[in-house]
Design a protein around this ligand. Sequence first.
Ligand SMILES: [Cu+2]
Length: 323
Amino acid sequence: MSRRSRAMRAFPVAFSFLFTTVAVAHVTLDVREAKAGTPYRAVLKVPHGCDGSPTVKLHVRIPQGVIAVKPMPKPGWQIETVRGAYGRSYPYYHDDITEGVKEIVWRGRLADDNYDEFVFAGFIARDMKPGPIHVPVTQTCEKGETAWTEIPAPGQDAHALKAPAPALLILAQATQPASDTKTYKAGNLVIATPWSRATPGGARVAGGYMKIVNAGQQADRLVGGSFVRAGRFEVHEMAMEGGIMKMRPLARGLEIPAGATIELKPGGYHAMFMDLRDGLKEGETVKGTLVFEKAGTVEIEYRVGPIGGGAPSGDAKGGHSHR
Ligand SMILES: [Cu+2]
């Protein structure tokens, strides 16, 4: 490097030292707060290499509770992901998910005097407890490596650490809309609190959930219906197929035995809205119909809850109640 360029570089370095905190020199997240139960776009900022050596690899470990992770491709960089079991199931959009991306590796080259960002999208699990979580990152350079994996002890200032892991503060989940116990009647059937979930961008399907109570002496059958925002409506069940839970349409509809309460819920029976024309947003209500073999057609409204949210009334989360 020439004398001249060295001199020119001295100025910005001096200024950044005066006007910004030490943390600028670390690998950090651009947005450092996220609400439980909301999508999160993680932007990892890489301000320099390892002691002057260019970065050739960034290895990111996804913390527990950050689910449905997808890395954003970067021109000039190769992406590798490691998938694995979450060790539990998380409600997410239409289904419950139990596995996903747990590690991301970017390979490429970033000169020490350049800055770059590495992005992944994910979702903060609905039941994440408020408080800090950490995203350990290992930065490998042509010469050397920095493990951004130090986690401050309770009460300790992260600035005291040499190579702190990028931190993200989880905030309490967005408040659920007030429980709405709207019911609809069709003959001897009562349909309670139909609901759906907000859809991530571009999704073409959504699930419809509710409780159906048959107060009559005869069985009935949910054989179809409609959803104003969807091209098609189907009634689905979840079934084990080769060790994997899969959903499939119920060709003869869903039986509602006399005296029984059938719950349509994530991971179980559900209405399936297909060919969605536009996404569902939290808080809106969307009209539809249900068609029963005996009770006929009934108009209902679905309340749209958050992505990955549960039933609006807490009691709807119990086990199957139809046997
Ligand atoms: Cu389905």
